[in-house]
Design a protein around this ligand. Sequence first.
Ligand code: ADP
Length: 401
Amino acid sequence: MNILVINCGSSSLKFQVIDTASETMLAKGLCERIGIDGSLTYENTVKKSGKITREVEIPNHKVGIQLVLNELTDPENGVISSLEEIGAVGHRVVHGGEKFAKPVIINDEVIEAIRECSDLAPLHNPANLTGIEACRSVMPGTPMVAVFDTAFHQTMPSKAYMYAIPLRYYENYKIRKYGFHGTSHDFVSSEAARVVGKPIEDLKIIVCHLGNGSSVSAVKGGKCVDTSMGLTPLAGLIMGTRSGDIDPAIVEYIAQKDNVSVSDVLRILQKESGVFGLSGGLSSDFRDLWKGEEEGNKNARLALEAFAYSVAKYIGAYAAAMNGVDVICFTAGVGENDAQVRAMIGEYLGYLGTAIDPEANKVHGELREISTKDSKVKMFVLPTNEELAIARQTLSLVEQA
Ligand code: ADP
């Protein structure tokens, strides 16, 4: 079955078409600047004929989807001859609250429930819903599935997800840790079990999803028992521009000192912090930070060291949470590509009886075991593929229906 995977932002729409029989990507692309002016990028990934970019008016997501479908069915560069060849659509939805611990087939009730979770993700869920509504109006007969970023983490025990604030905030407003990147943590941990050739039920796995946004999760017996992001994706590790964990009292302190609002401070913590902030605004991109470091920029060095230290501390915490660890995986942009950062993290892990093999660690963006032969804990670079994970989950639900 061909599945169209959609990831909708407020002014963007990313898509891929995946043939689930061979698990290959047929096409991918992106609508950007929706509602502003508009541009569409499209690539037939089978023909490998290169990217097509069109500057076209995209007033809303419905027009965006229609334009995507036109490209997909184009006689020359398309990958399908008619819309009937798309068996289902899988939508990435950021927040499923406590309502969704699994992907679901989308119907009116599900749409309402996603809307009810919008309070928890005011930037993301409304945008995801816009994409769902647009697809429903353009492809009314095609089954659609919602796959939630938070769902995989719903297995966390309450001792891991509750914040030590008055209980009424959980009872009244559902304030708790939810965690994000769940599709990636789920995909990478199951792939890790497959690669080591053991049932996931017997394994303790730590997944380090290190990209622009970064999170770590502890997966015991195939179930998430803890993860580093929180009520929102601002918590946990130091990230590209997000602060990760800080003393919450800092918010009021900055607000007073700079005479700005709480929202202003949160924007600073989201957009101007992380390795970007620590490097004195040099960059949120690790390639730029290494370049800076090579040129003697001390703040770039500090940002890289602090990032690696924050990952290493979470690995330690999650090894404790699971009373051991069998496999540690590195994934996403930094985790898959930055050998130096992986090596820096590896330096903290000797107490686990594990070490990174410098030769194996040279790998970029492909599956490889990077720990030494006698290492007690196996370490892998294991590329994530959230679109494929969404396509697999969509297929499985549509087949059951
Ligand atoms: P997102 O959270 O946006 O999905 P990605 O997982 O794509 O992020 O990660 C993007 C980040 O990966 C970039 O900002 C950059 O810091 C890092 N990155 C990508 N390629 C490399 C590379 N070759 N070496 C080091 N870092 C890289």
